[in-house]
Design a protein around this ligand. Structure first.
Ligand SMILES: [Zn+2]
Ligand SMILES: [Zn+2]
Length: 220
């Protein structure tokens, strides 16, 4: 049951019509919505899911998201047993074993998104290596935000044999570099607006928005 709620066909994310921003962001947003809907609904009473939500809790942004859902009783029931677990297991704070996370820094929803994203991107890497039409779709996206370009390349390198990984990483790198270069050039034009020698020459809307665009890109 749990895995089937996360099923997203590769082509739903990489299709041409969805050419809007970063495909990995689109996929993660879909997983986030499905995960929250799932735990606030049917899964809330499932003992194995409940054990995980008790253990990992939720980050501030996911608590906020759940607060604004209709079913506040679901949230109350999950919080009740999570608070029990905090009192029973983490007070006073025990010395952590190596690699163990503090309950202050874990979130059930974030963990699920990371876990399923990895599988999705492994599948995308294998499919792109086997199917040139899909490879073209993967490369022909508006952009990959830098964090997701980095994540995807690492997963490709870990999933595929070197010979298959190399051209895919090169294609994604070329695309992402071209996008970063555009952002960089726009930011440079912005700085020239403050240079008396070129004052007024570069003052178009795109230049004025350059810093906001670069900040938004790097914040994803
Ligand atoms: Zn992204
Ligand atoms: Zn979270």
């Amino acid at each position: 049951m749990k895995e089937s709620i996360y099923t997203i066909p590769l082509t739903d994310i990489f299709k041409k019509e969805a050419n809007d921003g970063c495909p990995v962001c689109r996929m993660r947003e879909m997983l986030e919505n499905r995960c929250i809907e799932y735990i606030m609904g049917a899964a809330m009473m499932e003992p194995d899911i409940r054990m995980e939500t008790n253990k990992y809790g939720f980050c501030a942004s996911h608590l906020e998201r759940m607060m604004h859902q209709k079913n506040r009783l679901s949230l109350a029931l999950m919080l009740e047993t999570h608070l029990d677990e905090l009192m029973a297991q983490h007070m006073p704070p025990a010395a952590k074993k190596k690699g163990e996370e503090s309950p202050v820094h874990t979130c059930f929803v974030c963990r699920e998104i990371d876990r399923v994203s990895e599988k999705f991107l492994q599948n995308a890497a294998r499919t792109a290596a086997a199917d040139p039409a899909f490879l073209e779709l993967v490369c022909d996206q508006e952009y990959y935000c830098f964090a997701h370009y980095d994540l995807f390349c690492r997963i490709i390198a870990d999933t595929l044999p070197k010979k298959q990984a190399k051209p895919l990483i090169e294609a994604l790198t070329q695309r992402t570099k071209a996008y970063l270069q555009t952002l960089r050039d726009d930011v440079h034009s912005f700085t020239l607006m403050f240079d008396y020698r070129s004052k007024g020459q570069n003052e178009n809307e795109r230049t004025k928005q350059a810093v906001a665009n670069a900040v938004s890109y790097l914040s994803k």
